[in-house]
Design a protein around this ligand. Structure first.
Ligand SMILES: [Fe+2]
Ligand SMILES: [Fe+2]
Length: 192
C-alpha cells in the first residue's frame, strides 16, 4: 500500500462524522441568520425555530453525537485516550451542554411564539450560546480529536468501527430520523 492509499484508508475512521459536521455547520449558518433577524424584529416564532430544534435533536444529537459516543469514543479509549481529563471528557460534556440548551430553547418556544419578550430573549440568548458552543466543538473535533482518531484507528479496529457505523446507520429509527432531518437541513441551510 502506498503512503497516499494508507492516508486515504486511515481517514475513513472519521469520514462520515466529518461529512455530517459540514451539514451541521451549514444549518448553524442558517440558524445564525434566523437569530439575527429575530433580534432585529424582536420576535421568534415556532414556525422558524421548531424545524431548527428538530434538526439539532434529530440529526446532530440522535444520529451524529450518538455515533461519536457509542461507536468512536470507545475505540479511542481502548487505544489509550483517557475518558476523564482529556478530549473525550470535554466532548461528552459539550454534547450534554448542547442537549440542555436545545431543551431550554424548546421550553421557551411557546412563550416566544406568543410574543412574550422574556421568551424571545431567552430563546435568542440560548440560541447564541448553542451556536458558538457547537461551532467551537466541531472545530475541536475536526482538528484535534478526529486527527487523533485517524492516527490511532487502524487495521482490525478500523474495520470493526466501520462495521459499527453501518450497524448504527441501519437501525430503522436512525434511518427515519436521518432522512427526515437531512430534508430539513436542505431547507434550513444558509443560502437555501
Ligand atoms: Fe461531538
Ligand atoms: Fe461531531
Amino acid at each position: 500500500m502506498t503512503d497516499f492509499e494508507r492516508k486515504e484508508n486511515d481517514m475513513k475512521a472519521t469520514r462520515c462524522l466529518r461529512e455530517e459536521h459540514q451539514v451541521i455547520l451549514r444549518v448553524l449558518d442558517g440558524f445564525e441568520i434566523a437569530l439575527k433577524r429575530s433580534g432585529e424584529k424582536g420576535e421568534a416564532t415556532r414556525e422558524t425555530y421548531g424545524p431548527f430544534l428538530e434538526f439539532f435533536r434529530g440529526f446532530a444529537d440522535r444520529c451524529h453525537h450518538c455515533k461519536e459516543e457509542d461507536r468512536l469514543f470507545p475505540v479511542l479509549e481502548k487505544n489509550g485516550v483517557p475518558r476523564e481529563g482529556g478530549p473525550i471528557g470535554v466532548m461528552l460534556y459539550e454534547h450534554k451542554l448542547g442537549r440542555a440548551l436545545v431543551a431550554e430553547m424548546t421550553g421557551c418556544l411557546d412563550a416566544a411564539d406568543a410574543g412574550e419578550a422574556g421568551g424571545v430573549r431567552t430563546l435568542l440568548e440560548k440560541g447564541g450560546e448553542f451556536l458558538e458552543m457547537l461551532r467551537a466543538h466541531i472545530t475541536k473535533e475536526d482538528h484535534v480529536l478526529f486527527e487523533m482518531a485517524d492516527q490511532l484507528t487502524r487495521g482490525d479496529d478500523l474495520a470493526a468501527l466501520l462495521a459499527d457505523y453501518s450497524d448504527a446507520e441501519s437501525e430503522p429509527e436512525y434511518c427515519a430520523t436521518y432522512a427526515r432531518c437531512s430534508r430539513l437541513a436542505e431547507r434550513l441551510s444558509a443560502g437555501s
